[in-house]
Design a protein around this ligand. Sequence first.
Ligand code: SF4
Length: 321
Amino acid sequence: MALADKILRLKREKRAVVLAHNYQRPEVQDIADYVGDSIELSRKAMEEKDAEIIVFAAVDFMAESAAILNPDKKVLLPSAGARCPMAQMLTVDEIKRWRTHYPLLPLVLYVNTLASAKAYCDVCCTSANAVEVVNALDAETVLFGPDHNLAEYVQEKTGKKVIPIPERGFCPTHLLFQPEDVQALKAQYPDAVVMVHPECAAEMRKIADFIGSTSQMCKYAKENAAKTFIVATEEGLLHRLKKENPEKRFLLAYEGAVCPNMKLNTLERIYTALKEERHIVTVPEPIASKARKALEKMFELKIEKRLKRDNHCFEEFHTSF
Ligand code: SF4
């Protein structure tokens, strides 16, 4: 029996769902129940009331968020080594250092952080809602981590002062994109629309026709009449874009834009993790409940648009654990 079929059978037997991030290998996306960005997937996991196991084909911080939001389910990360380098760039000690300098500023953390860091922030955001979340805060200056490119983009869009912490946090994959590669493709395909992820550097954002998260790129590509798109994000997204828009052409802005951490989740590792129920992701208390509040606050801010700062969060920051 093919490995993919074995996984599908095991999934049924164990009442498991496989959630795959947009950057996963094509064969992993193809056996998944859902493919999406990290928060879409965590929300999907919450909707799967009958599921007992969630296989989260992604990287550490995403599986942690799924475990935090789904405490009654077993969350498995197929490859224990799948760690996001950007998430490792912001430690609790670093946060404490910045908080000492700016004790009254709200701290907004991109979901690409470890749970231990999330537990110290006021609210989380994704690349899809970062602008909305910062706009909704009743503060003209915010601390924002760990991606300095996303921080810069949010500052441009909101007009607020956004202080990046650490100063130069970055995604190594998105930094690979360079304007000259896009210009070379544009010379071949002059009508192509350029889509750029906000984790890319400012020079890339300047030449973009559209800046957005992976889920926003999927929506934009579907709704836009253009036939050719140049895409500046991790190469895995192209599989989904092509599948959803078979009549359109998608070109990766730089062929080497591969996140090696995302690619650690192979079919073999998914099969073994599910069969042996190994690499269970757990987040200890009280970190889990503090991080959950920051994630839930993000969902609230999205709905209510503008909310007064919750002083409770600031008090919590001073709680040691
Ligand atoms: S693409 Fe970048 S931000 Fe995403 S998991 Fe890989 S290193 Fe982390």
